[in-house]
Design a protein around this ligand. Structure first.
Ligand code: UD1
Length: 419
């Protein structure tokens, strides 16, 4: 099994180009199920989850060409697609469930493997299923599969989500574009990846009206247009590298981003005394000698993202004082804490709250990665730690970070993959 070896305490300096967003690419790929026109998607991150979604689309009969060099995907659905999304593909990536809405809307039936549990929490899909039922679908869960049908297609309806969910918003939004009549979706997620999906769907000709910050109205249509779309930048990758610069007291230019989209993160890091100069499509990060302590609550966008919680915790271990985190999105997202403690961090966890005592030198250790964002937090800890860190089970990292060792070593990090 591959590992990463990091020799820490090297100052990072140089430029990092941020890739396209994985979390924007996955729902856009699922949405292509709706159309048989030619689609070209640019700025694709070459990461495992995207490859899994491409494999899933190919399995159901879509013709998907991933050009890794150009970072593009071309899609043309020449024939009727199959409506079975197998366990072997959905088990490794929860976003596989995003094919449920489009398959059901377009073909009137779908059999999609239940995504199952996950190390960061139980991650149910009740919001997706209840909304589809409201739109007229009959749904049974049997032998680990969601078996759904809507013989006469899905019907426009009023969907009020009891809780904000990125995936449920995306699934229902895509489905409603191909449903009969008008769907009103309320209490939607407003993450930039949902916005990017809206831009993409509008290019296909879908009629989506943003009524308020968390309200969308959608008029279903059947004739879609071909389109070219460039995926938005990965804001979590950008945040991760800002923290890497701050942790190593380095200086990084982070380009191909829109700083406005990550202003919550930038403002918060400013409070930690990390200096960030904002330009139109890049930022320059220089760290303060001393990192300030802060209090962070994870929230849906525009709040602080749960996907950056593990990374900011590493920076907090290097601050002058005590910081706190309240994780409000997932119930079990402190898996990285025990590994950080093994490196010398002093962190107390009670329920969804963590108290991080700053001013502790991290020491290199052999570690185990548990989920995508926890894995990258261990990479960050390794960059800040004295001596050698070895991270096992890095396949999690490869699900969502494009060429992380290459990007970091080009800026002076000592990091290599052991096969
Ligand atoms: C997406 C992101 C993930 C991010 C998360 C929250 C992708 C591919 N993944 O995941 O990286 O961490 O948003 O920003 O974009 N919930 C329910 N019932 C449901 C659905 C969700 O109770 O049917 C709960 C979840 O358990 C969680 C909360 O709602 O507590 C938010 O989850 P959700 O926004 O749906 O996350 P994902 O879309 O799975």
């Amino acid at each position: 099994m591959e590992k990463l070896e990091i020799i820490g305490r090297k100052k990072l300096s140089g430029t990092i180009s941020i890739s396209g967003s994985k979390n924007a690419t996955l729902p856009i790929l699922a949405a292509t199920i709706l159309t048989n026109k030619k689609i070209l998607i640019k700025n694709i991150p070459i990461v495992r989850d995207v490859e899994t979604m491409v494999a899933l689309l190919n399995t159901i009969g879509s013709t998907v060409k991933l050009n890794k060099k150009k970072k593009t995907i071309e899609i043309l659905n020449k024939k009727k697609l199959k409506t079975l999304a197998p366990y072997s593909l959905v088990k490794t990536m929860r976003a596989g469930v995003l094919v449920l809405g489009p398959l059901l809307a377009k073909y009137g039936s779908a059999k999609v493997s239940l995504p199952g549990g996950c190390s960061i929490g139980s991650r149910p899909i009740d919001l997706h299923l209840n909304a589809l039922k409201k739109m007229g679908a009959k749904i049974n869960v049997k032998n680990g599969y969601i078996i759904a049908s809507a013989k006469n297609g899905l019907k426009g309806s009023l969907i009020k989500f009891p809780k904000i969910s990125v995936g449920a918003t995306q699934n229902i939004l895509i489905a409603s574009c191909f449903s009969k009549g008008k769907t009103k979706i309320r209490n939607c997620a407003s993450e930039p990846e949902v916005q990017d999906l809206i831009y993409f769907l509008r290019k296909l000709g879908c009629k989506i009206y943003q009524i308020g910050k968390r309200s969308l109205d959608v008029e279903g249509i059947v004739n879609l247009k071909p389109c070219v779309h460039k995926v938005i930048f990965d804001r979590i990758e950008a945040g991760t590298y800002i923290i890497a610069a701050a942790l190593t007291n380095g200086r990084l230019k982070i380009k191909n981003i829109d700083p406005k989209i990550i202003s919550t993160e930038i403002n918060l890091l400013n409070k930690m005394k990390v200096k960030i100069i904002r330009k139109k499509n890049y930022i320059i990060v220089t760290s303060a000698k001393k990192i300030g302590a802060i209090k962070v609550d994870t929230r849906p966008y525009p709040g602080f993202p749960t996907d950056l919680q593990a990374q900011i915790m590493v920076l907090m271990t290097q601050s002058e004082d005590i910081s706190t985190i309240r994780e409000n999105i997932f119930e079990n997202r402190f898996m990285h804490v025990s590994e950080l403690r093994r490196m010398g961090a002093n962190i107390e966890v009670v329920g969804n709250r963590a108290k991080i005592y700053g001013g502790r030198q991290l020491n290199g250790a052999e570690l185990m990665a548990t989920d995508l964002r926890a894995s990258v937090s261990l990479v960050l800890a390794g960059l800040a730690a004295k001596e050698k860190t070895v991270i096992n089970r890095i396949y999690h990292l490869d699900r969502g970070y494009e060429q992380i060792e290459k990007k970091l070593s080009a800026c002076g990090a000592s990091i290599r993959r052991l096969k």
